[in-house]
Design a protein around this ligand. Sequence first.
Ligand SMILES: Cc1cc2nc3c(=O)[nH]c(=O)nc-3n(C[C@H](O)[C@H](O)[C@H](O)COP(=O)(O)O)c2cc1C
Length: 177
Amino acid sequence: MDFLEIAQKRRSLRSYDPTPVEPEKLNYVLECARLAPSWKNGQCWRFIVVKDQSLREALADTLTDDNPGRKVLVQAPLAIVLCGVPSESEVWENKDYMMLDAGLAMEHLILAATEQGLGTCWEGWFSEEKARKVLNVPDEVRVVAITPLGYANQVRNPRPRKSIEEIVFKGKWGEVE
Ligand SMILES: Cc1cc2nc3c(=O)[nH]c(=O)nc-3n(C[C@H](O)[C@H](O)[C@H](O)COP(=O)(O)O)c2cc1C
């Protein structure tokens, strides 16, 4: 698969098969995350791999009631929780690079998972406080996102995207030619 195919194939998957993820594949996606770029190479990200069923149920309970992710965190064989250590990154000109760094690493992981035939779904609508308690994450560390990781149990059509013309300017802001 070339990179465009991986980007095209990725979906936010909301139904999973219980088949376990092979340890080599789990290591592979974590290694791809490890290699992400970061502010001053601070590598502020941490990943918590959660396999235990009761912990995943507790994590699902941290999601908002209407979040489709509640189901998938229990259904998929494992969840990966993305944390960020603010002291290993910086807020610079009002830009929170900790969040950006962590997000970059997570996207590496998500795209690597797609390449390996695995599904993911970025979960952002959850109570950070509750998630922190479930996983014993220290107060000074942010819980940024959660994703299930596992084999898909559904085929999802791509969600719409803005056209290239809507998102790319040529020259200055607003210029298209
Ligand atoms: C920062 C962020 C937070 C998200 N939070 C959730 C979430 O809590 N629950 C959920 O079901 N999907 C969540 N999503 C998935 C988006 O809804 C999804 O990426 C978007 O609808 C596009 O669909 P696609 O990923 O299948 O292309 C989140 C995505 C991002 C990038």
